[in-house]
Write a protein that binds this ligand. Structure first.
Ligand code: NAD
Length: 490
């Protein structure tokens, strides 16, 4: 068993109460690491350290260019250790090594991009409509930010938050998912040589109620950046609202992938597969509702079944594997429940019936495909977070838009067509934070990412994301002047 420790004020520590919990390898079903089981005393110590570091100005007072260089050193370290970090991620969340290695390498870009941005945050001079005054706008860091991450892409989703938070001059307390804490703690150990002063980055581990909530409600925490499910997001939003804290919330989705008859159907079939079956469906952007035009419904379905029927399911470390286990037994139980619900609701189980017999002996779930789905069914409305595709049929653009937007979510959508006018019309009419045309599941450090409705609040990535971690301050400079009447506003 590997033993991990939390990081507070530059010191590696056990939880104050000495407790640990085990992290389990989802494929082998065995515990492999011990993680500190923290409580509010650890949260208090971590926020204190972050607050002291912020107040001392060891990071916010550093020249932005120097802060940027530290972030770029973090990028180099991430790149050099991408495979090592990916192997830890796979041990914890069971996703394919090939996918996680790629993700860990690509993740370096967020640190490099926001490192480059650190010294390009410029104030501005508003054209004030009054005589004898000059005003300028400064962008200031918020203070202590809480960064709370889920289990599906722990290090990548941390990078989306940590890179802009640090570039802006904040200090942070990280709380990774209780299912995947090891990679975050290992990453923090690796970046010790990058030049971050003690207390700037702290990490505590444990559950949402025991660690997440005391962190969110701590009076010194000014902002919460969260990625996770809707239930936890709603709770965090409510707790944050009590003290008017800022939030970025990246939540779930039920994204439509829409195929028109004029599309390249082979490319579309592969895009659909990568949208919902890659990562065993455990992505917030899963294209889990497939909207097929009635003229190509059967052709696309046949292409999908031909590719997915014999998919290779198994060991995530094996380069031949295409579908790896889901992250936890609870997640598998949830997916199987939804498959049962789909059958009860009257959808046709075109692929994946064996899931219902396989039981709970492992964390593997085979690709599952429901046809004849009505958009009102629970399987079409609720996020399943597994390899389950719901296929619906439509007649024309208006109907496609109506079905696509008939959801509480609004994270992403895919449109497959060779008609660029149609592509632009659809992009305008679909309510989602991202619309992909003739591609799917592409993200970049340069493009904003986030959702509408129950998919969340705020945007990560792209140059404006740094402002999610900055506050504007207007500074007025005036010649001293004797005003005629001090009781009237100037
Ligand atoms: P989750 O909501 O259960 O947990 C996410 C994190 O929040 C964990 O660290 C957890 O301990 C913590 N948490 C839970 N309750 C809390 C509380 N009351 N207060 C503070 N912290 C709390 O999510 P998960 O199951 O780990 O991840 C899967 C979910 O994440 C899916 O719904 C998925 O769509 C979503 N997700 C969204 C995005 C996005 O960018 N929109 C990306 C990936 C995953």
């Amino acid at each position: 068993m590997q033993r991990y420790r939390i990081l507070i004020d530059g010191q590696w520590r056990d939880a104050a109460n000495g407790a640990v919990f085990a992290s389990e390898n989802p494929y082998l079903g065995e515990p492999w690491a011990e993680i500190p089981d923290c409580g509010s005393a650890d949260v208090e110590a971590a926020v204190d350290a972050a607050a002291r570091a912020f107040d001392a100005g060891v990071w916010s007072g550093m020249k932005p260019s120097a802060r940027g260089l530290v972030l770029m050193r973090i990028a180099d370290i991430v790149e050099q250790n991408a495979d090592h970090l990916a192997r830890i991620e796979v041990r914890d969340n069971g996703k394919l090594l090939a996918e996680m290695a790629n993700q860990c390498r690509y993740m370096a870009n967020w640190y490099r991009y926001f490192g480059g941005l650190a010294d390009k945050v410029e104030g501005r001079v508003p054209p004030i409509d009054k005589d004898g005054v000059f005003a300028f706008v400064r962008h200031e860091p918020l203070g202590v930010c809480a960064l709370i991450t889920p289990w599906n892409s722990p290090l990548l989703l941390l990078a989306w938050k940590l890179a802009p938070a640090l570039a802006a001059g904040n200090t942070v307390v990280i709380k990774p998912s209780e299912f995947t804490s090891a990679s975050t703690l290992e990453f923090l150990r690796l970046i010790e040589t990058a030049g971050l002063p003690a207390g700037v980055v702290n990490a505590v581990t444990g559950t949402g109620p025991a660690v997440g909530e005391p962190l969110v409600t701590h009076p010194r925490v000014r902002k919460i950046a969260f990625t996770g499910g809707v239930a936890a997001g709603r709770r965090i939003n409510e707790l944050a609202a009590r003290d008017f804290k800022r939030v970025t919330l990246e939540l779930g989705g039920k994204s439509p992938n829409i195929v028109f008859p004029d599309a390249d159907l082979d490319a579309a079939a592969l895009g659909i597969i990568s949208g919902v079956f890659a990562a065993t469906g455990q992505t917030c952007i899963a294209g889990s509702r497939l909207l097929l035009h009635e003229d190509v419904h059967d052709i696309v379905l046949e292409k999908l079944l031909a590719r997915v029927r014999d998919v290779r399911i198994g060991d995530p470390m094996d380069p031949e594997t295409e579908i790896a286990p889901v992250a936890t037994r609870a997640q598998k139980a949830r997916i199987l429940d939804y498959i049962r619900i789909g059958v009860e609701e009257g959808a046709t189980l075109a692929l994946g019936a064996e899931n219902l017999d396989r039981g709970m002996t492992d964390n593997l779930v085979s690709p599952t495909l429901f046809t004849a789905v009505d958009n009102g069914m629970r399987i079409a409305q609720e996020e399943i977070f597994g390899p389950v595709l719901c296929v619906l049929s439509f007649r024309d653009e208006d109907e496609a838009v109506q079905i696509a937007n008939d959801t509480v979510f609004g994270l992403a959508a895919g449109v497959w067509t060779s008609d660029m006018s149609r592509a632009l019309r659809m992009a305008e009419r679909i309510r989602a934070g991202t619309v992909w045309v003739n591609t799917y599941r592409a993200t970049s450090y340069t493009a904003p990412f986030g959702g509408l409705g129950q998919s969340g609040i705020g945007r990560e990535s792209g140059s404006r994301a740094i402002h999610e971690y900055l506050e504007e301050k207007a500074v007025w400079l005036a010649e001293p002047r004797l005003v005629a009447n001090p009781f009237i506003r100037r």
